[in-house]
Design a protein around this ligand. Sequence first.
Ligand code: CP
Length: 317
Amino acid sequence: MRTYTNVKDLGNLDQAIKEALEIKKNRYAYKHLGENKTLLMVFFNSSLRTRLSTQKAGMNLGMNTMVLDINQGAWKLETERGVIMDGDKSEHILEAIPVMGSYCDIIGVRAFAQFENKEDDYQEKILNQFIRYSGKPVFSMEAATGHPLQAFADLITIEEYKKTERPKVVLTWAPHPRALPQAVPNSFADFMNEANVDFVITHPEGYELDSKFVRGAKIEYNQDKAFEGADFIYAKNWAAYADPNYGKILSKDMSWTVSTEKMALTNNAYFMHCLPVRRNMIVTDDIIESPQSIVIPEAANREISAQTVIKRMLESL
Ligand code: CP
């Protein structure tokens, strides 16, 4: 595997889940693969889970790991060609990327949507420059339009907790005080559309996601109706995707918060969220602390999704 940015990069999804569950049973079995190999993780944005789980995954595989926080201690990077660099940006990303590539064997990159220009975000300008110029296998640790390590961990978690062969999985928008990118819901939809689940997306009108990710998924604008009979509720906020409102908050309607009353409509569903989560905006204290909440095992599976991807990259070196 040379790149990991979406579900297709995993090939056969059942096989990938099987491999991930095998790794989970014995996560140190492949320690020899990473001997004398270096993982570089480059962060343009903050992280708790991705940083720790990916570093742990690399260490499980016997790798040396390095972390670079671009906005803390590194030179400020210019990302556009043709710019006269007379401002505060000291280095161009076109030199920085191959230099980073020269120090490592595999690179993980986190670079969120900027919400300044939809085309730039949806072209994944930063991630794709790493893929093109680093000379090394590159995986997304959440880019502008996708978070495939999260979605893979989500699918592994659903596989572990499902009680029926084809569970009903509902992705629901929920309110948030800040404008958040569509990366998590995009990748979640990308994965659910390939998985053996009955997948429904619910959100207020105006929050439609890119059809490239939604594909044939059912859209239900009535959240109560969407929740009926659900086996998994996956909550997430995102800002508007459609023009002319790209990146804007259109609603903070608290009636979309996942609450005890909402969960009562489901088939005793499990509650999922990628974290970090704003309590009593996205989900009430009662639900996130309930036995139906699987947010902690879901986060723990981030180590497993990362390890599966890095293992495959090591095998391809
Ligand atoms: N879910 C997730 O990616 O968490 P972090 O932003 O803390 O890495």
